[in-house]
Ligand binder design. Structure first.
Ligand code: NAD
Length: 366
């Protein structure tokens, strides 16, 4: 999908691509002294300021970085909208090696660029960014979230993300099995990192038959022992006879190779961009009789967490309460998908776009 998108930039040109994806503003930031090269993409600010994390990655070239930031920022618009937040969608990427290039000056320079946007873009943590980096950014701008609790931040968002994912899984069970109880259901969790491990706790509490897999064998063994769950080989995940497959590691695991192998009735997990191709693979799942809980809805707990941090007077209990809406929204999406004969990812995007359109109309000064 990324290769196709790269070709698209070459064909459509920069402004053509930005127009096709519907972005409002794309900012290229360069600082010679620190070597900082970053792109900030603001997709849509109809509902509020564009909030989205900063990802640092060793991209092969600038086009790849551009496509990533355009795609990710668009996804944030839908995630915020479907979650009922007054936020728009944005994202930033920094090009380079996170292990060697990040210094105090480097992060503060990035913070200054964020500040120059006057609050239209609010940053947060993403791949290869740590709380300490957010602290440096916060020295140059107040438009930053993901700060530690000691600095008034919301702390680790993963427990909230896991809770939302768990509720999305329950809503999927309700839809498919007629009851949202997960007791006795065979569930494989792929990736037991920050989110996966909290998800496993919820599932164990509900007496599901949990299986876990991770490329990190040590993590698997520790968690398997702690909860008495079964460890499975990471390459066996797609072939297991389970009720639910929960991708909680990396994206694009729903593709031409894996979908024909799946034996589950439900895919419901926290990983971002699970469908390699939103349209094609969304329909392939339908053809296999598999119900897919849209990732950007059910993993929105992390965004709900930073949104509350941004609002101020952070209250963890309120954050969990807001995440509970994921259950009902998920059921609404399943109903819309059935009614309109579209896949669930498309239905989720449709609902997200509808809210932007309707609330956008209300916000026009009269
Ligand atoms: P993490 O890095 O803590 O955990 C990911 C785990 O997946 C690691 O244990 C890693 O070893 C494992 N892994 C990597 N490749 C694998 C493979 N091929 N097979 C099996 N396991 C593999 O990340 P996380 O914070 O738990 O996030 C998990 C997913 O959820 C990511 O896709 C992330 O983008 C998404 N997500 C996370 C949050 C959050 O609040 N942390 C919010 C929204 C979305």
């Amino acid at each position: 999908m990324e290769i196709k998108a790269l070709e698209k930039v070459e064909q459509a040109g920069l402004f053509g691509t930005v127009a096709q994806m519907g972005h409002e503003q794309v900012v290229f930031c360069y600082d010679e002294a620190t070597g900082l090269k970053s792109i900030i993409a603001i997709h849509n600010t109809v509902l509020g300021p564009a909030l989205g994390g900063t990802r640092m990655w060793h991209y092969n070239d600038e086009h790849e970085a551009l496509i990533d930031v355009l795609r990710l920022s668009r996804g944030m618009t839908f995630k915020a909208s479907i979650s009922g937040l007054n936020l728009g969608g944005g994202k930033a990427v920094i090009i380079g090696d996170a292990k060697t290039m990040k210094t105090e000056a480097f992060m503060r320079r990035f913070g200054k660029f964020v500040n120059s946007l006057g609050g239209k873009y609010i940053t947060a943590e993403d791949v290869n960014m740590k709380t300490a980096d957010m602290e440096y950014i916060s020295m140059e701008t107040k438009h930053v979230t993901g700060l530690p609790e000691s600095l008034g931040g919301g702390g680790d968002p993963s427990p909230v993300t896991a809770y939302g994912t768990y509720l999305g899984m329950k809503a999927s069970a309700k839809r498919v099995f007629g009851s949202d109880s997960l007791e006795g259901k065979k569930i494989v969790v792929q990736g037991v990192g920050q989110v996966g491990m909290y998800l496993v706790e919820h599932l164990v509490k509900e007496k599901a038959q949990v299986m876990i897999a991770d490329i990190n064998e040590e993590k698997v063994q520790v968690l398997a022992k702690k909860h008495g769950v079964k460890a499975v080989a990471q390459d066996a995940v797609y072939d297991l006879d389970v009720d639910i497959y929960a991708p909680c590691a990396l994206g694009a695991t729903l593709n031409d190779d894996t979908i024909p192998r799946l034996k589950c009735s439900i895919v419901s997990g926290a990983a971002n961009n699970q469908l390699k191709d939103e349209i094609k693979h969304g329909y392939m799942l339908i053809d296999r009789g598999i119900t897919y809980a849209p990732d950007f809805l059910i993993n929105a707990g992390g965004l709900i967490n930073v949104y509350n941090e941004y609002l101020g007077n952070y209250n963890r209990a309120r954050v969990f309460e807001q995440a509970e809406k994921i259950y009902t929204t998920c059921l609404n999406i399943f109903a819309l998908a059935e009614q309109e004969k579209i896949n669930t990812q498309e239905a989720a995007i449709k609902l997200a776009e509808k809210r932007i359109e309707e609330v956008g109309r209300v916000r026009i000064p009269r």
